[in-house]
Unconditional design. Structure first.
Length: 412
């Protein structure tokens, strides 16, 4: 069977010169890019090393202040002679000592070093204030008023996204209520923050197993997690991850359907993307909202709905896995474009795609199958006149076309 140079060339040979393109929303793309830029800028700012703590004398050197060796000499008044206060961030102890403030305090208590413990109390309080200040509308001055434990502060740091709304609701209720209202607010907060204690051992084992598999293999859906040995139904896995996944750093990375577990992929929080099952990952995306089509230039493309803020990271990983460049993140998801990229994507994912005639047709067309090419083009032309014209140009009657279509479908 002869191969074709490009799908566009082959379509032109059978009489197709244009197919309506469903263009992506350029404004939405620009907005998504801007949001990613802002998020990257924010991340870099929060990860910037604390230069003042690393070298507290740096201010003095930069200000060109020369000390005076004579102890009887007066201190010279020079610009920059006074250092700015050391900024205490919400993760100051972790950044400087590799442990949380709570862990540091526990260590000092076990060592019976009460003098040092007393000395770091102001730092512990300032770190807690920084944690409170990181939540919109929460005053750091509430540090001595809110009934929060050290474990609460650790949880607020670790799961700030998940706890943001319930925590702000709790603070609002607490600050605007009488004593009885404060008690109710605290009970509601306790039920939220202590969810992990209500997990059975079996449920903890399920989530621990899921997290381990995701760390090793990358993003997977509930059904695939089950196939890797998680002893629970796909529905139960999805439900547990939704309610308690944040306790195990499990997050959702794409939503394609409202039905439980269908089209929802999970991963663990990480600074890079791992995809050892790129074939099944792509198949799941295409199965749940992916569309194979031709643009106005007759170039094949796969549009995939992938509602995830880290979609660009998955794009980079897919490029590496497929060895192609024509994959991009758009406002609506992920786009795979061009003969080579689409063919490679379909080559690895087709065995896992359930009943996707479009994918099978375009895969055969990309291999040079003329019948598949005609069927694919015919079914995507906009008007009956265009459909009739393509059959006429290729000397095919409508009855013959139906037979060809049936044959292509059977062999696909």
């Amino acid at each position: 069977m002869p191969t074709v140079d490009t799908l566009a060339d082959a379509l032109l040979k059978i009489g197709v010169d244009a197919i309506e393109e469903e263009s992506l929303n350029a404004e939405q793309n620009a907005a998504e890019a801007k949001l990613r830029e802002i998020e990257e800028r924010r991340r870099k700012m929060t990860e910037k090393p604390n230069e003042e703590m690393a070298n507290p004398n740096e201010h003095r050197r930069e200000a060109q202040i020369e000390g005076m060796d004579n102890p009887q000499s007066d201190t010279p008044e020079q610009p920059g002679a006074e250092l700015d206060p050391i900024p205490i961030t919400r993760t100051w102890f972790s950044e400087n000592y590799g442990m949380t403030g709570r862990q540091m305090a526990d260590l000092l208590i076990k060592a019976n070093d009460l003098k040092t413990l007393d000395a770091i109390q102001p730092l512990l309080k300032m770190e807690k204030q920084a944690i409170l200040d990181s939540f919109v509308g929460v005053s750091p001055n509430l540090v001595d008023e809110l009934p929060l434990t050290d474990l609460d502060y650790d949880s607020l740091n670790l799961y700030s996204d998940r706890l943001d709304l319930p925590f702000r609701r709790f603070v609002k209720s607490w600050t605007s209520s009488d004593d009885a209202g404060k008690e109710d607010a605290e009970k509601t907060w306790r039920s939220t923050i202590d969810k992990s204690s209500r997990l059975s051992q079996r449920e903890q084992n399920i989530l621990t197993k899921c997290a381990g598999i995701l760390i090793e293999r990358g993003a997977l859906n509930a059904q695939t997690l089950r196939s890797y040995g998680v002893s629970a139904s796909a529905a139960e896995i999805s439900s547990l991850i939704k309610s308690h996944g944040f306790l195990f750093d499990i997050i959702s990375v794409g939503q394609f359907s409202k039905s439980v577990g269908r089209g929802l992929f999970y991963d663990v929080k990480r600074h890079h993307i791992l995809l050892k099952d790129a074939d099944q990952f792509l198949a799941g995306l295409i199965d749940n909202g992916g569309r194979v089509k031709l643009d106005s230039r007759l170039i094949p493309r796969i549009d995939i709905k992938f509602n995830a803020p880290n979609a660009p990271w998955y794009v980079d990983t897919l490029k590496e896995e497929l060895g192609v460049e024509n994959i991009s993140a758009s406002g609506r998801g992920i786009v795979i474009e061009g003969d080579v990229a689409v063919k490679k994507a379909l080559d690895i994912s087709l065995p896992y795609i359930s009943d996707n005639e479009e994918c099978a047709l375009i895969a055969k067309a990309l291999e040079g199958d003329r019948d598949a090419l005609i069927v694919f083009a015919h079914d995507r032309l906009a008007t009956p006149a265009e459909k009739t014209e393509i059959l006429k140009q290729n000397n095919i009657s409508y009855s013959d076309f139906l037979n060809i279509k049936k044959e292509v479908s059977i062999n696909g």
